[in-house]
Design a protein around this ligand. Structure first.
Ligand code: HEM
Length: 449
C-alpha cells in the first residue's frame, strides 16, 4: 500500500516560506493543560474559533496543526513517510523500542510487511470460532432485568480473544496474562498521556510499577515463545505469535524475542480497549434507537449482516474511541493545502471533528446506520482507524470481532431500549468511553438448560 500511495500521489512541494494555520498566540501553557484535561472539548472550541484547520502549541508535541477536512487528510495520509513521519511521543512510550508506535521510515515499513499478512481480512476470518466462544462464556453470568455496565464485560471478551488468537496463549500462561494485563494496560494508558519525565521511583511510583509489570510480562512471553519453538507442529498453528516466529524479513532474518514481546504488547494495547469500548458504545447507541435495534434482531435471526455492519461503521463515526492520530513534519517543510508547515511541526487528524461535520456527513448528529448500508465509507472522511502507511493493522480483526460479538448479543438477549439521555464521553486515557460504561438491561431470549 505504501508504494502505491507514494507513486500515485505527487509529494507536496517543499517550499521555504512557512504559512501556518491560525491559533491562539498566547496562553500556550493554559491550552496545554486544557488539552490534557479534555482534548475533545478544546479541539471543538478551537475549530469554532479558528476554522477547520488550526494550530495549538502543546507541551508534549510542540506546535501542532489540527486537520479536519477530508482533502487535507487525504494529502497527509498519502504523503511519503520521508516527508511526514511518525509523531512522538506516542503510545510507544510504554510499549517498548520495537513497538510499531516507535518505528518510522524503513524500519516501520519492514515490520508492517512482516505482520500485514496475518492481519489480512480473509486470514482473520479463521479466528471467528474463537471469538464466538468468548461472548457466550462472558454473558453466561449477565444479570437479567437489572441495569449493568457492559464495558468491563467487553474488556474481558476482547482481552481473551487477543490472548487466544494473537498470543496463542493457553493454560498457565493464559491465566497469568489475564491477571497481569488489565491493571498493566490501565496504568500504561494513563502513563501515555502523563506529561513529564519517566521517573522510576520504585514500586510506589507509576513508572516504577509499570516496569515491574513489564518484567513479569516479558517472563511470560519468553515462556510462550519457548513452548512454541519446541512445538513440532508449530507450522500447523494459526495464532499470530506462531506466524510471527515463522515469518522472515526480506533478508531472511527472524524477529528477535524482545521485538516479538514488544509487538504482542502493542497489539494488545492497541486492540483490546479500543474494540471493547466501541462495543460498549454500540450497546449505548442501539438501546436509544429502538427501530434500528428491532431490525438488527430480525436480521440476526435471518442470518443477515448488512445492517449490523453498517451499524458498527455508524457507531465508529458518531462515537470514535480514538479522537486524534498524529504525524510529524520530517522534511524541510511540507505543503498541505494552502499551508506550508516547517520541519518539527506536529500534525493531528481530528477524527471526531471530521465525523461530526455536516458538510462531510449530512445531518451528522443523527445516528443513522442506513447511510452505510451497502456503501463503503470514504477512506479519508471515515477515519476511526487512521489512514495511509500507518493505518490500523488490526482493523479487519476488530471489525470481525465486533460483528461476531454484536451478533451473539442480538441472538441471545432481548436488549431493553431506553429514553435516558445519551451517555457522556469519558476519557479512559487513550480511548473515549461511554461515561456510565455502556449500561444495558437484558433478558435471555432462550431459556438456559
Ligand atoms: C475498534 C478498534 C480499533 C480502533 C478504533 C483502532 C484505531 C487505531 C488508530 C486510530 C490507529 C492509528 C492509525 C494512524 O495513525 O493512521 C491504530 C493503529 C494501530 N492499531 Fe488499531 N484500532 C483498533 C483495533 C485494533 C486491533 C484489534 C489491533 C490488533 C490486534 C490493532 C493494532 C494496531 C496497531 C499495531 C497499530 C499501529 C500501526 C502502525 O503504526 O503501523 N488495532 N489503530
Amino acid at each position: 500500500m505504501t508504494d502505491l500511495v507514494t507513486e500515485r500521489t505527487p509529494s507536496p512541494a517543499t517550499r521555504p516560506e512557512p504559512h501556518v494555520p491560525p491559533g491562539p498566540r498566547h496562553g500556550a501553557r493554559l491550552h496545554g493543560l486544557a488539552f490534557a484535561a479534555n482534548r475533545r472539548r478544546v479541539t471543538r472550541r478551537m475549530s469554532g474559533r479558528y476554522g477547520p484547520t488550526f494550530t495549538l502549541r502543546l507541551p508534549a508535541w510542540g506546535p501542532t496543526v489540527f486537520l479536519s477536512e477530508p482533502a487535507l487528510v487525504k494529502q497527509l495520509f498519502t504523503t511519503s513517510p520521508e516527508l511526514i513521519g511518525n509523531m512522538e511521543p506516542n503510545l510507544g512510550r510504554v510499549l517498548g523500542g520495537s513497538s510499531f508506535f516507535n518505528l518510522d521510515g524503513d524500519a516501520h515499513k519492514r515490520q508492517r510487511k512482516l505482520l500485514l499478512p496475518p492481519f489480512h481480512g480473509r486470514r482473520v476470518q479463521s479466528y471467528e470460532g474463537i471469538i464466538e466462544e468468548e461472548p457466550l462464556l462472558e454473558t453466561a453470568t449477565w444479570p437479567e432485568g437489572e441495569p449493568f455496565p457492559t464495558q468491563e464485560s467487553m474488556m474481558r471478551i476482547t482481552l481473551n480473544a487477543i490472548l487466544r488468537a494473537v498470543f496463542g496463549a493457553q493454560g498457565e500462561e493464559y491465566e497469568a496474562l489475564r491477571t497481569l494485563l488489565p491493571p498493566m494496560v490501565t496504568l500504561g494508558s494513563r502513563l501515555t498521556i502523563l506529561p513529564g519525565p519517566e521517573l522510576d521511583l520504585g514500586r510506589f511510583s507509576p513508572w516504577g510499577r509499570f516496569r515491574i509489570y513489564r518484567r513479569q510480562f516479558d517472563e511470560i512471553i519468553d515462556r510462550l515463545i519457548a513452548t512454541a519453538q519446541a512445538d513440532p507442529d508449530l507450522d500447523q498453528r494459526n495464532d499470530i505469535l506462531a506466524l510471527m516466529l515463522q515469518a522472515r524479513y526480506d533478508d531472511g532474518e527472524a524477529m528477535a524475542a524482545r521485538a516479538v514481546a514488544d509487538q504482542l504488547l502493542t497489539l494488545l494495547a492497541a486492540g483490546h480497549e479500543t474494540t471493547a469500548t466501541t462495543l460498549a458504545w454500540a450497546v449505548e447507541r442501539i438501546r436509544r434507537h429502538p427501530p434500528i435495534l428491532e431490525r438488527l434482531v430480525a436480521e440476526a435471526d435471518e442470518g443477515g449482516s448488512d445492517l449490523r455492519k453498517a451499524t458498527i461503521i455508524e457507531v465508529q463515526r458518531t462515537r470514535p474511541v480514538i479522537d486524534i492520530t498524529g504525524r510529524k513534519v520530517k522534511g524541510e517543510s511540507v505543503a498541505l493545502g494552502p499551508w506550508v508547515l516547517p520541519r518539527g511541526y506536529s500534525i493531528m487528524v481530528s477524527i471526531s471533528l471530521i465525523h461530526d461535520e455536516d458538510g462531510v456527513f449530512p445531518n451528522a448528529a443523527a445516528f443513522d446506520p442506513d447511510r452505510f448500508v451497502g456503501v463503503n465509507p470514504d477512506t479519508y472522511s471515515w477515519v476511526p482507524f487512521g489512514g495511509g502507511t500507518r493505518r490500523c493493522i488490526g482493523a479487519a480483526f476488530a471489525n470481525m470481532e465486533m460483528d461476531v460479538v454484536l451478533r451473539t448479543l442480538l441472538r441471545e438477549f432481548e436488549i431493553a431500549t431506553t429514553d435516558e439521555p445519551d451517555e457522556r464521553w469519558h476519557s479512559r486515557g487513550v480511548a473515549w468511553a461511554p461515561g456510565r460504561g455502556g449500561m444495558a438491561v437484558v433478558r435471555r431470549r432462550h431459556a438456559t438448560a
